[in-house]
Design a protein around this ligand. Sequence first.
Ligand SMILES: Nc1nc2c(ncn2[C@@H]2O[C@H](COP(=O)(O)OP(=O)(O)OP(=O)(O)O)[C@@H](O)[C@H]2O)c(=O)[nH]1
Ligand SMILES: [Mg+2]
Length: 510
Amino acid sequence: MTNGRQLQHFIERTKQITALEGDLKSILDQMQQWCNDFAIALTSIEFKVEALQTTFALAEQITLLKRQIAEQIQLWEIKWTELSATQSLADAFTDKVMLLVFGKFNAGKSSLCNLLAECFRLQGQTVRYFYIQAEQIHYTDMLLREGATETTAQLQGVCLGERLVLLDTPGLHSATVENAALTQRFIDSADGVLWLSSSTSPGQVQELETLARELKRHKPLFPIITRSDQIEEDEVDGEICTVLCNKHPSQRALQEADVYVRAQDKLREMALDVQLLKQPVSVSTQMARQTGMDEQTMIEAGFECLFTALLQMIEPALHYKQRKPAEIFLHHLQEQVLETFIQDIVPLSDQLQATLNHAQTALQQQHRHIAEGIWRKVVPELPQLLEQHAITQAVNTIYATITQWLEEACAQQVQQHLADYRVEMRHKIQLKPHAQIGYETISGMVVHDRLYAELSCQINETIKDYTTELVDQCEHHLKSIEKDIEQLKHVILRYSKALNEIASSLRQKQ
Ligand SMILES: Nc1nc2c(ncn2[C@@H]2O[C@H](COP(=O)(O)OP(=O)(O)OP(=O)(O)O)[C@@H](O)[C@H]2O)c(=O)[nH]1
Ligand SMILES: [Mg+2]
């Protein structure tokens, strides 16, 4: 039997796969620089709390935010070291192009892997099956298990020749899968994705949501419509019986075009690059097998097209592979640094902003309460004070007494209403005795109407100045926190943009 020229060509091309490492130094340096600068930009935001009492919710939130930012920055290095270490197992396949075979259970993933393996074997290529168990790669002679019920429960795969690996996943990254961490590492290591769906309901694009992580990482996506066959009635030796046939090429073309358009739409909706998407191909593993895998059969079952497309897919996968060390670092920066930061820190900063807004509104009320409180404490005492000193007309004593009352009332009101702030008065309270206004004698009676009016006026002014200065101080502290929140947002935005630019320049290189 032969498997057609495309397969041979495909095999020849895969042999040429080398783990070529492009010149990634400068981009890796750039990314490292980005990370260092991001940390510096974040830690240089002051978020001062000295002017706030530690028990103030605002101060508590700022302290928490600052601590979380510092902790996150510390974790970056640790997570990267962990990631690099876990990478090593998957590095067993570092010189190979790894394609993730993904799809719903029963999509025909294991069957397709087995068939492709058979094709390679028939061409004299070595084929090695493996599965992942207990954090180890185990090689086996057994084919991948296929079945009508959910069959594959672990990550398994097959090495085709020396340079290609198919990673057969449990149906849609099944949640029941053991060895989740190792599985994830392998999936992380894949260079491209074969997305399989059955021709009975091809291209259920919501499945791509599970692949978001891989696709965000800019891996090529190749939709394969499997089980592209149907049961038809035929007459054999005069008897009507049912036989399995390939779907008609026109029917296949329609399905492929439809899946292509819908997958493109879905990628756009997910804000992913549509360039990642390859033209879908339809195959029937069953028909290929059933009819002996000869050249004509393979063509009709769609496998010549599949190999041509795979070959085309290998190119971007190869490109991905060449920039893989940079991609892995980029993913770390995108996912473990930036996304985690945004996820954990932005809500805290939003909460802080809300508390701040609240404090700003409250401050206006507090201003009024303090001023009224001082006024109420001092002014009602005035008539009695003036009466008390009417005989001696000791105006200076009156001023001194009122100053003292004001000081006491201010201290008390500040303590009551501005307990959250650490404020300090830069000016002492000082009333200025008016040279011309004192007690007056009218018709032999000592009266203090003008003095009362003068004192009330001075008390009013003093309270206004004093409380305004205090509240201004508090407002100033709040404003500086607001500016810090603004700066944090700005830093996140600027560094998100910068990382996107690094990502596109990395991907444009090829
Ligand atoms: N008609 C038809 N059936 C197929 C084809 N390929 C696979 N099947 C059948 O579909 C069922 C599922 O095939 P598998 O290869 O085990 O599917 P899978 O995607 O690996 O399934 P899970 O491992 O459970 O996720 C099996 O009963 C296969 O015999 C095909 O091309 N045509
Ligand atoms: Mg399977």
